[in-house]
Design a binder for this molecule. Structure first.
Ligand SMILES: Cc1cc2nc3c(=O)[nH]c(=O)nc-3n(C[C@H](O)[C@H](O)[C@H](O)COP(=O)(O)OP(=O)(O)OC[C@H]3O[C@@H](n4cnc5c(N)ncnc54)[C@H](O)[C@@H]3O)c2cc1C
Ligand code: SF4
Length: 326
């Protein structure tokens, strides 16, 4: 890694002001905890002229439970707060588990919810030093014209590897985006597109302000599991968040979110077919098949892509079995 490049730092006092600064300077980047962005700057992956620092912005961190049972979390809430606050642990245990599984305690004390959802995609050919990438003629995502993972193709397959998105997808979360003059809500899944080089639909002048998690249905069972090379301080090779309601042994609703396998966090399609059934070997086989069909890991990590596909399916089956067993 190199020293940080030169930049101007601005600390706005409102989110709208932050968005206006982003709008005014094409080379500007938002920085919150900096735990994803700063290593990337030190690798020379980006050279923004202006950093807009929202880490000290009043009212940006924190959360509140609303009367209807839904929960609002500020984009500036740290992963440490999400992982350890008893109110979140009681209401959204899977989210607390996911936050606790991200990075290391020191990262989590600075890393934010907004930064976790908006973090860059990752690839072994991309998260490297300048000289390493230069010696490989760079790649399609930045500076080059070939994808070393899929050289015949014309798109980037870098993987989205955030821990919180799969749980929030399974819980049906929405995000609020603040521009200089207005704000809008959208379903979390619509924040992403399937392109490793441009995986966010977020406008250049928008800031992720808040996340809304709808009121969990009564008796919701939820959980999070991730597989990684090291058992600490490591991104998921494959990860799964599940939210399920089981009544008298039958599945009433089932939502599954995946991370680490595709260029965007994936909300598994087709789980409606499993509603009304018992969680038995046949259901788990069908669920595993849905995951294996929709997860599309590429050779963007140190492990083979088919291994990650199988791990994603197995993690999902195991977690659902555990949740069904109570
Ligand atoms: C050694 C190491 C291990 C890690 N392990 C994990 C891991 O296991 N799991 C995991 O999920 N992450 C991991 N990370 C990545 C990182 O720590 C997390 O993703 C963290 O939550 C990022 O949050 P941040 O506030 O630090 O983001 P920043 O670095 O400040 O920002 C990240 C990106 O999001 C944008 N951004 C930040 N906030 C907002 C917002 N409110 N609205 C719009 N855009 C925004 C920034 O412009 C930037 O592009 C790891 C990082 C390191 C260095
Ligand atoms: S998937 Fe291809 S284009 Fe994308 S970062 Fe990796 S090598 Fe580069």
């Amino acid at each position: 890694m190199h020293a940080l490049p030169e930049f101007t730092l601005r600390r706005p006092s409102t989110l709208a002001e932050a968005a206006a600064l982003l709008a005014a300077e094409p080379g500007a980047r938002l920085v919150a905890g900096g735990t994803d962005l700063l290593p990337n700057l030190r690798r020379g992956l980006e050279r923004p002229a202006l950093l807009v620092d929202v880490s000290r912005l009043a009212g940006f961190a924190g959360f509140e439970a609303l009367a209807d049972g839904s929960m609002l979390l500020g984009g500036g809430t740290t992963l440490a707060a999400i992982a350890t606050d008893p109110a979140i642990g009681a209401r959204l245990p899977a989210l607390a588990q996911a936050a606790n599984a991200a990075a290391a305690p020191t990262h989590r004390s600075a890393a934010t919810l907004g930064g976790n959802l908006c973090q860059d995609t990752r690839c072994v050919f991309y998260n490297q030093s300048e000289w390493w990438r230069a010696s490989n003629d760079y790649c399609l995502k930045r500076g080059g014209d070939t994808c070393h993972v899929a050289p015949q193709g014309n798109r980037c397959h870098a993987a989205f590897s955030g821990d919180l998105a799969p749980v929030l997808l399974a819980l049906g979360a929405q995000v609020e985006l603040q521009s200089p003059t207005a704000s809008r809500w959208l379903a979390l899944q619509d924040l992403y597109r399937d392109d490793g080089a441009a995986h966010l639909t977020l406008g250049r002048d928008e800031v992720l302000a808040r996340v809304r998690v709808p009121a969990p249905p009564k008796d919701l069972r939820s959980g999070y599991r991730k597989a990684r090379v090291r058992q600490a301080i490591d991104f998921p090779l494959a990860a799964v968040g599940i939210a399920m309601v089981l009544e008298q042994g039958l599945v009433q609703s089932l939502a599954v979110g995946l991370s680490g396998t595709n260029s965007h966090p994936l909300l598994l399609q087709g789980t409606g077919e499993l509603v009304g059934r018992v969680v038995d070997d046949e259901l788990l086989r069908k669920l595993g098949k849905l995951v294996a069909q929709q997860a599309s890991p590429m050779r963007s990590t140190v492990t083979p892509s088919n291994y990650r596909r199988q791990v994603a399916a197995t993690l999902t089956q195991r977690l659902l079995r555990e949740l069904a067993a109570g």
